[in-house]
Design a protein around this ligand. Structure first.
Ligand code: WTA
Length: 539
């Protein structure tokens, strides 16, 4: 079977009476197949409480959600954001939004008011689903409809439970085709505001194909993805792909905690586990005795994504957990996993999945070049919202350019080398330095700001800021703490810098851009490289 025909077969498998709809494929399809009573979602609350929703439950609740949107006047193609902790209503809202033919845009609850405001505006939010606590904490958010989960809806907002109670449990799903927009994920590059990457309903075809091929996911598997659905991994592989595959999805409301995590695997009998290198390094740091106290024999396949997986983590997991973590590579724009390491060879990203063409573009003498992929494939993004120029810049000579540098070994497998740009990966989260710099520049003491990723043994990188001060302002520990506090209040803990340092002036290119590459080289004590683009005297 050729790969495009296997995509065609999966597309046919996932399509329903109304066409191809991600939300329908993830919930209602299983009901139509007679599996409505199978457990779809196993929610584990912060305090250990558990709740199970069947596929029939998800289909019903998401239908009600879709109907509630219609009653509010939210129309097809309009954008509905989620800003929620990891609770079942998040899954219901995502699926219901998709079934209504609206575009689902997940936000991370650890974002501060500034990134939220920006994303809601860029995405032309028609509604946001959130909690009363988050709604109050994030300050006034400009959106026509706020739907409040968990009760206590403030004035001017809607109570989600009341809306769902009054809505139709069986509205027909909106007729969508493979090319209709479905998901909007904001992501960052080196410069400019965050970009809203749009993927279409057809993405579910590649999500399912990749979950089967790279995560070894089978119907009925208990599956746990530790990523928050506010990030692309948590939406695509935490909710949509595993549900479309007919797995039982574990959703843990709690934060990272070593013993809690091992206990969850034991208690839920998790078979397939998708996590990140930062989380794996935190587990490693907690030692080998702890996992031995738990029964982890249910684990069948472990996979990792988001940042470089260090070889030691692969060896450790094989030795200590009984199974190795398999690296996988993808990004928001690719919409699904592109490369996977089937044999869990340490230090290797892996090979392209069936149907995906990958190459090292313009390799240097060491064989290092940019990873490029041959379009199209079903989950490839359909463009950055309102930004055709930045979309076009991702494509060249018939390739999609990933911005990652890789090398291919004699075995044909890809190895990760680094980013070709200044994008930061802190705990696997993709952070654009520009967004952080802009908030630092709001502070009256700051003349210039440059932000880099500083290597960190656990988080991979942490956000470090360099500032030059306005004339007459003196640097002090108090000012450093004030600037870090300002950034944290505006950006939230996920994006804010962890370290800050002062410099008399920051290095610029001749065109006036801050040379983060040089800031980083200096921070690391590395050779400063080719400085020919440096502004005179800025070194
Ligand atoms: C990086 C997250 C090394 C890479 C799914 C990519 C990785 C960016 C790996 C996308 C990996 C992802 N090894 N680096 N296995 N997987 N990356 O859009 O730089 O948040 O371009 O998507 O994460 O980040 P994004």
């Amino acid at each position: 079977m050729s790969d495009s025909s296997s995509w065609a077969a999966i597309r046919a498998e996932l399509s329903g009476p109304a066409g191809l709809n991600m939300g329908w494929a993830a919930a209602d399809r299983h009901v139509a197949l007679g599996h409505g009573e199978a457990p779809a979602l196993r929610w584990v609350g912060r305090d250990g409480a558990e709740r199970t929703l069947t596929y029939a439950d998800l289909a019903e609740h998401s239908s009600r959600f879709a109907d509630a949107l219609r009653r509010l006047g939210v129309r097809r193609g309009e954008t509905v954001f989620t800003l929620l902790p990891r609770v079942p209503d998040l899954v219901v809202a995502l699926l219901g939004t998709l079934k209504a033919g609206c575009v689902a845009a997940p936000l991370y609850a650890a974002f501060g008011p500034e990134p939220l405001r920006l994303r809601l505006a860029l995405g032309r939010a028609r509604a946001v689903v959130t909690t009363a606590a988050l709604w109050r904490r994030k300050g006034p958010l400009d959106v026509p409809h706020a739907l409040i989960a968990g009760g206590d809806a403030p004035e001017g907002t809607h109570d989600l439970a009341a809306l769902l109670g009054a809505a139709d449990p069986q509205v027909p799903v909106a007729p969508t085709g493979p090319d209709d927009p479905a998901l909007l994920h904001f992501t960052s590059g080196t410069t400019g505001a965050p970009k809203g990457a749009l993927t279409a309903h057809d993405a579910v075809v590649a999500q399912v194909a990749s979950a089967r091929a790279a995560l070894d996911l089978r119907p009925g598997d208990v599956y746990w993805c530790t990523a928050d659905p506010g990030w692309v991994t948590g939406t695509v592989y935490g909710v949509l792909a595993p549900l479309a595959c007919g797995a039982t999805v574990v959703l843990d409301e709690g934060d990272f905690d070593t013993a809690r995590w091992y206990g969850l695997i034991e208690r839920q009998r998790v078979a397939v586990w998708y996590s990140t290198p930062t989380a794996i390094r935190l587990l490693m740091r907690a030692g080998d005795d702890l996992p031995r106290r738990f029964d982890l024999t249910s684990l069948r396949h472990l996979a990792s994504v988001g940042e470089p997986l260090n070889p030691e983590a692969v060896l450790w997991s094989r030795r200590t957990l009984g199974r190795p973590f398999h690296d996988t590579w993808w990004q928001t724009e690719t919409g699904s996993i592109m490369l996977a390491n089937r044999d869990a060879t340490p230090g290797v990203l892996g090979a392209p999945l069936p149907g995906i063409g990958a190459e090292v573009w313009r390799p240097d003498a060491e064989g290092v070049g940019e990873l490029v992929l041959r379009p199209p494939w079903p989950s490839l993004f359909r463009g950055y919202l309102d930004d055709p120029a930045r979309t076009a810049a991702c494509f060249a000579e018939g390739w999609y350019r990933t911005g990652d540098l890789v090398r291919r070994g004699a075995d044909g497998l890809f190895r990760f080398v680094g980013r070709a740009d200044d994008v930061i990966k802190a705990s696997g989260h993709r952070i654009g330095p520009f967004e952080v710099e802009s908030v630092l520049l709001e502070h009256p003491a700051v003349a210039e700001a440059g932000v880099i990723g500083k290597p960190d043994p656990v988080a991979g990188e942490i956000v470090k800021a360099f500032v030059a001060l306005k004339p007459g302002v003196a640097w002090s520990d108090a000012l450093a703490a004030e600037l870090l506090g300002h950034a944290r209040r505006r950006l939230g803990p996920a994006l804010a810098p962890k370290e800050i340092a002062v410099a008399p002036s920051l290095p610029h290119t001749r065109s006036g851009k801050i040379l983060r590459r040089l800031l980083k080289a200096r921070e690391l004590g590395l050779p400063e490289g080719d400085l020919s683009t440096l502004e005179d005297g800025a070194g």
